[in-house]
Design a binder for this molecule. Sequence first.
Ligand SMILES: Cc1cc2nc3c(=O)[nH]c(=O)nc-3n(C[C@H](O)[C@H](O)[C@H](O)COP(=O)(O)O)c2cc1C
Length: 314
Amino acid sequence: MSKNKITQLFKINYPIIQAGMVWASGWKLASAVSNAGGLGIIGAGSMYPEILKEHIEKCKKATNNPFAVNVPLLYPDIDKIMEIIIQEKVEIVFTSAGNPKTWTKYLQKHNIKVVHVVSGVKFALKSQEAGVDAVVAEGFEAGGHNGRDETTTFTLIPMVKEKITIPLIAAGGIATGHGMLAAMVLGADAVQVGSRFVASSEASSHKNFKEMIIKAQEGDTQLTLKELAPVRLLKNKFFEEVQKLYAKNPSREQLIELLGRARAKKGMFEGDLENGELEIGQISGLIHEIKPAAEIVKEMMEEFEIARKEVLDF
Ligand SMILES: Cc1cc2nc3c(=O)[nH]c(=O)nc-3n(C[C@H](O)[C@H](O)[C@H](O)COP(=O)(O)O)c2cc1C
């Protein structure tokens, strides 16, 4: 594949970015994807600062290729996290869930490339104004926390593309080379893939969770808890409890109380499939096997080439 804006920006071989994900993307997954020619991302959102430092150091030992760190900007220890990122000379940071103006210039002064994750055109423009090097536009299909507007990847990508001039990465519902080609035809320079990599051998997500993902079918996820922070979850006992509470027209406080603390860790990291929060995307219905990350990258690139020829033959 020839070079494009994103492969040049990050100095990677393939325009496949493994999403930063709480409880799933530590150094093992990030280094495996980077070694396979994509861009691996360590998800700092579930790490205390000292744990993040350890992951960055291990990742550096495990790969000579570029990798990134994802920082959800709601993080309580954000100053410490940024300090570690600078000290450790991380070269690429993906920020999400916050204002892109807060950290972009500061990080760039330290020679860090900054990418911001958005769920709508307005935020993409705001990110461009803040001077980010690229944006990730993430559609409603995506796993994890999501925008409120329910804009799908298929509609979001061309609408963002129409308004911005900086490189664009598509996320949400992409797990195959066919999905990747579709996103790139719509205007993306690369894809950010989350759910597919949660079900990889190197992901730190619990085995029970991985096995539930590969059994999931179309319709098994739903976006919920919009009053707190919209999140797409696999339907399980906890999800049903949330639905039952909704039937009683709950207050925000009642929702917070039901969510409680550490639900995501319980489900995704500790493997409690009943009481935990299981964040995954709609595309889980197309994920049928747990595979090593390198195989996923290789397979996506092969499928991409096949899909490209299929379209050309039409
Ligand atoms: C388990 C899980 C955890 C996630 N955690 C984060 C996170 O910490 N920060 C973030 O910016 N996005 C997070 N996301 C969203 C992903 O970065 C990515 O944009 C999304 O998964 C792409 O859609 P897909 O799941 O359909 O591939 C998470 C997604 C999943 C599935």
